[in-house]
Write a new protein. Structure first.
Length: 337
C-alpha cells in the first residue's frame, strides 16, 4: 500500500460505465467549499468500463479549471473492492473519501468530514446521510426500503455509533488510511466477493466497518454530512428492488460471524446449526405470510420472503466455510491484544 500519509483528503470515485452519471458528480466535487488548510485530490478509477468513462472524466473536470490534483486510473480487474484498493494505493493523503459515481456532495462535505477525522483520534470511519434524487417520480414503496439504496438516515442522532451492528453504507464514506494499513498488517482478508460491474453482490463497506471495529476503531455518523444519491428510473422498479434485497441479504449473512464476535458471542461447532435454524424459522414465517396473508401488503410480504430466502441460501452455502471464516476473522481480535 502507498505509504504516503500527508494530512488531507483523497477523494476516490470508482466507476463502471459511468459516462452518463459522472458530469454532475464531478460538478458537485468542483463546487466544494474547502478552506486553504485542507488539501485534497481527486482520483477517478475506471473499473473495466466499456463506455467512454475515461474520456468523460477528463473532459468534465477540465471544465472547472481547478488546481485540485486530478487523475483517472484504469483498473481492468472488475469489482468494487479492487477499484477501491487501487484508489487507496494511488492516494497520497491520510483521509480517504469514497464518493460513488452517483453521489452529489453538498458544498461543505469535505470540510466537515476532514474536521471530524482530525478531531477524533479513535474514529476510523465517518458516514453521512443520503437523500434520493431522480428524474422520475419516487414510487410509494420507496421510503420503506430507502436504507437499501443508501438514502436514509443511518442512525437517530449524530455522534459515535454505539450499536450492536456498527456499520455505515459505503456511499460518501470517509476512512482514515491507517485503518487499511493496520488491517493489512493483521492479515485481513475479505470473505466477500464485492460488486462487479452491473452485478448487485455487495457488502464490502459493511465488512470494512466490522473489521475496523474489531481492531479498536470507532465509527461516527453525522447527519450534516449530506449528499444526494441519484437514482435512475431503472433502479426504481420492483424487479430491481427484489434483486437488490436478495443481494443485500446474501452478503449480510456472510458477515454474521463478525457480528457474533463484535457482540462477544462465543462460537462453537453448533453455531452454524443455530444460525441456520433461526434463519429457517423466519424464512418459513415469511413464506406463510406470503401464501396465506394474500390481502395484506403483498409487496411487503414478497420482499420479506425474498430477503429471508436469500439469507437462508447464504447461510447454507457457508456450511463448509463457517469455521474457516470464524478463525480468519477471530485472528483480527487475537492480533489486536
Amino acid at each position: 500500500m502507498n505509504s504516503s500519509n500527508e494530512l488531507g483528503i483523497s477523494v476516490i470515485v470508482c466507476c463502471y460505465n459511468s459516462a452518463i452519471r459522472l458530469p454532475e458528480t464531478l460538478k458537485r466535487l468542483a463546487l466544494q467549499q474547502v478552506s486553504e488548510i485542507v488539501s485534497w485530490e481527486l482520483i477517478v478509477i475506471d473499473n473495466a468500463s466499456i463506455d467512454n468513462t475515461f474520456e468523460v472524466a477528463k473532459y468534465e473536470w477540465q471544465k472547472y479549471n481547478t488546481n485540485i490534483p486530478f487523475r483517472v486510473v484504469k483498473q481492468p480487474k472488475p469489482g468494487l473492492t479492487f477499484a477501491r484498493e487501487m484508489g487507496v494505493e494511488c492516494s497520497k493523503f491520510s483521509f480517504i473519501l469514497f464518493c460513488d459515481d452517483d453521489n452529489w456532495l453538498t458544498p461543505n462535505y469535505l470540510e466537515l468530514g476532514f474536521s471530524i477525522l482530525k478531531e477524533f483520534d479513535e474514529v476510523g470511519i465517518v458516514g453521512g446521510k443520503g437523500e434520493v434524487v431522480s428524474d422520475v417520480n419516487i414510487p410509494a414503496w420507496y421510503n420503506r426500503y430507502s436504507s437499501f439504496y443508501a438514502t436514509a438516515p443511518q442512525f437517530n442522532k449524530s455522534g459515535y455509533i454505539d450499536s450492536n451492528k456498527p456499520a455505515l453504507y459505503g456511499a460518501g464514506l470517509f476512512i482514515k488510511k491507517e485503518v487499511f494499513t493496520r488491517l493489512n498488517q493483521k492479515g485481513f482478508k475479505s470473505i466477500l466477493t464485492d460488486r462487479k460491474g452491473a452485478l448487485l453482490s455487495s457488502g464490502g463497506d459493511y465488512e470494512l466497518c466490522y473489521a475496523a471495529t474489531l481492531i479498536g476503531y470507532k465509527l461516527y455518523y453525522d447527519e450534516k454530512l449530506l449528499f444526494y444519491h441519484y437514482m435512475p428510473a431503472e433502479r426504481l422498479t420492483i424487479n430491481y428492488l427484489q434483486k437488490l434485497t436478495s443481494a443485500i441479504a446474501y452478503s449480510s449473512i456472510q458477515l454474521l460471524i463478525y457480528l457474533h464476535l463484535i457482540n462477544g458471542r462465543k462460537l462453537n461447532k453448533y453455531s452454524w446449526i443455530k444460525d441456520t435454524l433461526y434463519i429457517l424459522k423466519i424464512t418459513l414465517k415469511s413464506l406463510f405470510n406470503l401464501l396465506v396473508r394474500e390481502n395484506y401488503n403483498q409487496l411487503e410480504n414478497r420482499i420479506d420472503f425474498k430477503y429471508n430466502y436469500s439469507s437462508l441460501k447464504s447461510i447454507w452455502n457457508m456450511r463448509k466455510m463457517y469455521q474457516t471464516y470464524y478463525l480468519q476473522i477471530a485472528r483480527l481480535i487475537s492480533s489486536n491484544k
